[in-house]
Design a protein around this ligand. Structure first.
Ligand code: IPE
Ligand code: IPE
Ligand code: MG
Length: 249
């Protein structure tokens, strides 16, 4: 008789993993290369992690690709990042479809240059019917910005008489966030050793487990991702309650 898979293999795979992809600039600086070379190499890491997530049956993978605050960077770097993004969206369609990955975004996407936005729409449409992993790119994303846009929707619905103030509960609010319909991340990974959240998914990560990887994003590949998942599998999530074991005490 075939032995059933270990419990952790069945139950400890997170449904939703969010990643703050950080350290591209430092990776390049260590090699005396321009920062953009770090971003270029980082795309290989995106491919590796998307592939692994799909294979493992993770349902949602959210990648912080460009923050609302990243518009403060030098014009040259922003332009290069936008070119890389557009190319990725164009060239990746085949691979995304092969792996049944559906692409979505969160963030103030209207901030993006028209060329990028139009490619984004094409890639979303081309992958919309895929039934595997949902890959969510956070683009021009800031959590406070997202929360404020949701607050404006709540206010508009209330003024229009579609929503009573008493009905504004967590479910009604979350339904107006960019992540509407997506379960909260179970695991949040940040690369390059930084211990901060940088305005990412502030509402959604209330009970996410954090794993900080010292690897710079361009070096972060399948093995590092699996390592983070192993760490997650060994955590005990309590959601404010007590462990079932200590409950008996
Ligand atoms: C992450 O790498 C990529 C983006 C924020 C777009 P960084 O560019 O922030 O790299 P470091 O933090 O300067 O090393
Ligand atoms: C967070 O990284 C944003 C992304 C990964 C896209 P940053 O490099 O912009 O964050 P800070 O400035 O170090 O907090
Ligand atoms: Mg950084």
């Amino acid at each position: 008789m075939k032995t059933p898979p270990a419990l952790h293999e069945l139950e400890r795979i997170p449904r939703h993993v969010a990643v703050i992809m950080d350290g591209n600039g430092r990776w390049a600086r260590q090699r005396l290369l321009p920062r953009i070379e770090g971003h270029r190499r980082g795309i290989e890491s995106v491919r590796a992690v998307v592939r692994a997530a799909g294979e493992l049956g993770i349902e949602y993978l959210t990648l912080y690709a460009f923050s609302k605050e990243n518009w403060r960077r030098p014009k040259m770097e922003i332009a290069a990042l936008m070119r890389l993004l557009e190319r990725f969206l164009r060239e990746e369609i085949g691979e995304l479809n092969e792996n049944k990955v559906r692409l979505k975004t969160i963030g103030a996407r209207d901030d993006l240059p028209p060329r990028v936005l139009s490619q984004l729409r094409k890639t979303e449409a081309a992958t919309a019917k895929n039934s595997g992993l949902t890959l969510i790119l956070a683009l021009s994303y800031g959590a406070r910005d997202e929360i404020l846009r949701a607050v404006r929707r709540v206010a508009a619905d209330a003024v229009a008489g579609r929503l009573s103030p008493d009905a504004v509960d967590e479910i009604a609010f979350a339904a107006r966030l960019d992540t509407a319909g997506v379960p909260d991340p179970d695991l949040l990974i940040r690369t390059s050793g930084e211990l901060r959240v940088s305005n990412f998914l502030l509402w959604q990560i209330s009970y996410a487990e954090f794993v900080i990887s010292p690897a710079l994003w361009p070096d972060f590949r399948r093995e590092h991702f699996l390592e983070a998942l192993r760490e997650f599998a060994n955590r005990r999530r309590r959601f404010g309650g007590v462990d079932p074991v200590s409950r008996k005490a």
